[in-house]
Design a protein around this ligand. Structure first.
Ligand code: COA
Length: 595
């Protein structure tokens, strides 16, 4: 059986639970394990319930999992919130027996079969180390001793994270690790079954967080201008990019607001370079007018939307999949846009590159819908082959005077069979280059004649008419061992982070004998009608799970196809867990216990 363990740190924002999780994730990857993290915290800088969870396995992990096997409860709230998840066999490490703010119900824990270890994290941090902030490192010292987590990786993390705060901070944290180790050695009789394995051969991977992967993807795609206004949970895309893009002769601008950011991106792309912005729901609302300009003027650009709970300020740090309408049809007028969505961190990298390629190819804005959970999620991603990726990038043609090209044919908005007109990099090209938000003729001069308007509208939309056929790689099929023509028990369509969670649920169900046809579209808009109709035709029920209230993709499916999907919606600010989707499918199909 595969090694599959989830350790959760939970407590108050400001107590360092996020660092504890990050350090543990690094330790697991050092051992050669696959990792997927899940973090959630309130919008406040300090206070409120925060959690950081690390799932590790020796096999590929698709989701954050259903729960945990080990819980480090830093305070009473963390214990209360997680009590329902303390299943038989789980381990609770709590802040006691003295110095903490709670005491668990020992009778209940015993009856439940929960193993409880008391480690006085607060007391040791305050009294033995002399700094309350090191409570998390006391916990990690204990974790190392209890669960065979390599202490050297924790020490290395302390050096790399806290050195900039001073050697005294590093020393304090080393002392805290020791305090945790010694407490366990002297006070705890270990009985638990969970031990991390010994180090195994290293895979060729890099550890990336969601937003980091987007930044890296943009840099590899050749993005030269990034302009954005800071907004949770998108800000770190710019932070990461600012560390790498300067080396590639690029620029990161912090604009005065989202409207300016989008204008800078359009201006930069008009002047010939690849450009991107990153924002979240409120920023997407503000950018709508300018996204329309990019559609009308046919300017390639990438708009990353790290979705968070809305509307309005909503829940800035929480998960949601509710910006699909805004991304696809949010602006006024009929404008052509492409919307794509990654399902995991690795795809955050590859699909960002894809977003630039799509923007250049179809000359329009590409909206990239990721989300708050995915932005913070860390995964060990196979090291990409950058040279190979870059050899396949779509770049704008640069035409110079000495080339054998008939410049008269290079009308910027020339009507073509594909709808795609010649677009040159300005400045270096001898042909004037124009762009306008007004309706225009082929040469870009403003025109309002009905025949020209009709012709240009049709030309712009013709560009995307075959986008599904031309981009089959943006449609991930998951048919298991279904044979050609064989009927499935159910069809499932899932997008974004929900897709990777659904995939895990489906893997479990297949082991129980369910026949499932699944489609995980990365291309969401224009809606991939053929693929949706095909997967729906494979069974009598089509399920669309989404983390939004209205079922935005399910409604697009109804709008563009005859498929009538069953919606399954959650809107609590956290992603699905696989068990929920597993249970929903079992409810819809019926039990397969006897298969
Ligand atoms: N020794 C020294 N410093 C330590 C430490 C230790 N043992 N453990 C943690 N810290 C520091 C961390 O380095 C971090 O400081 P930094 O920000 O300078 O890096 C700080 O203490 C917080 O620790 P961390 O582990 O990162 O987080 P946490 O679990 O305490 O939770 C957050 C704090 C993440 C909830 C909070 O910082 C936050 O970001 N809130 C959300 C803010 C937001 O985005 N709001 C939305 C506005 S619209």
């Amino acid at each position: 059986m595969a090694f599959d363990l989830t350790i959760k740190f939970a407590g108050e924002g400001g107590e360092g639970v996020i660092s504890a999780g990050d350090f543990t994730m690094r330790a697991a990857t050092y051992l050669g394990l696959e990792v997927v993290t899940f973090k959630s915290f309130p919008a406040e800088i300090k206070g409120g319930y925060a959690l950081s969870q690390v799932r590790m396995s020796d096999e590929k992990i698709l989701s954050q999992g259903d729960g945990f096997q080990i819980l480090f409860a830093f305070n009473g709230e963390a214990y209360e919130v997680n009590k329902p998840l303390l299943k038989p066999g789980t381990v609770l490490v709590w802040d006691g027996p003295e110095g903490g703010d709670f005491e668990p119900e020992f009778d209940w824990l015993e009856k439940q079969g929960v193993i409880a270890y008391a480690v006085p994290m607060s007391k040791l941090a305050k009294e033995e180390v002399g700094a309350y902030i090191t409570k998390n490192m006391v916990a990690l010292g204990a974790a190392s001793e209890l669960f065979n987590i390599p202490i050297d990786v924790y020490k290395q993390q302390i050096i790399s994270k806290f050195s900039k705060k001073g050697q005294d901070v590093v020393d304090l944290n080393f002392r805290a690790l020791d305090a945790g180790i010694n407490w366990v050695k002297n006070n705890i009789k270990k009985v638990d079954p969970y031990r991390l394995p010994e180090r195994r051969p290293q895979k060729d991977v890099i550890i990336l967080e969601g937003n980091e992967a987007i930044a890296l993807g943009a840099a590899v795609a050749g993005c030269k201008v990034f302009a954005a206004y800071p907004i949770t949970p998108a800000t770190t895309v710019g932070n990461y990019l600012s560390e790498i893009i300067l080396k590639a002769n690029g620029y990161v601008y912090q604009a005065e607001d989202e409207i300016s950011s989008m204008a800078i991106v359009i201006g930069a792309s008009f002047s010939g370079v690849k450009a991107m912005t990153a924002t979240s729901g409120p920023g997407i609302s503000l950018m709508q007018e300018l996204i329309g300009l990019a559609s009308m003027a046919e300017i390639p650009c990438v708009v990353v939307d790290v979705q968070r709970g809305g509307p309005s300020t909503g829940m800035p740090t929480k998960h949601d999949q509710a910006d699909l309408y805004a991304a696809a049809i949010g602006g006024h007028g009929d404008g052509q846009r492409i919307v794509i969505a990654p399902t995991n961190v690795e795809e955050n990298f590859y699909l960002t590159i894809e977003a630039f390629n799509l923007a250049e190819r179809y000359q329009c804005p590409v909206l990239f819908l990721t989300d708050a959970s995915l932005s913070l999620r860390a995964e060990a991603v196979p090291t990409p082959n950058i040279k190979e990726i870059q050899s396949k990038l779509i770049n704008r043609p640069i035409i110079t005077k000495d080339m054998d090209v008939n410049l008269d044919e290079l009308l910027r908005y020339k009507v073509t069979d594909t709808g795609i007109s010649p677009m040159l990099a300005p400045g270096v090209s001898p042909k004037p280059y124009a762009a306008t938000g007004l309706e225009h003729g082929e040469d870009s001069s403003p025109r309002t004649r009905p025949d020209v308007r009709t012709m240009m509208m049709e030309k712009r939309f013709r560009k995307l008419k075959n986008i599904e056929d031309e981009n089959q790689h943006l449609l991930e099929w998951d048919l298991g061992d279904l044979q050609e023509g064989e009927k499935a028990d159910i069809s499932v369509i899932a997008w974004g982070l929900t897709a990777s969670i659904t995939k895990e649920a489906i893997q479990r169900l297949r082991k129980k004998g369910y026949k499932i046809a699944a489609l995980y579209p990365k291309l969401l808009y224009p809606v991939p009608v053929k693929a949706i109709e095909k997967v729906a035709s494979m069974s009598d029920i089509t399920l669309v799970p989404e983390a939004n209230y209205t079922g935005q993709f399910a409604r697009f499916i109804r709008m563009y196809t005859d498929v009538k999907p069953v919606q399954y919606n959650i809107y609590r600010g956290e992603p699905f867990i696989p068990a929920e989707i597993e249970a929903k499918i079992e409810e819809l199909v019926g039990s397969k216990v006897n298969v």
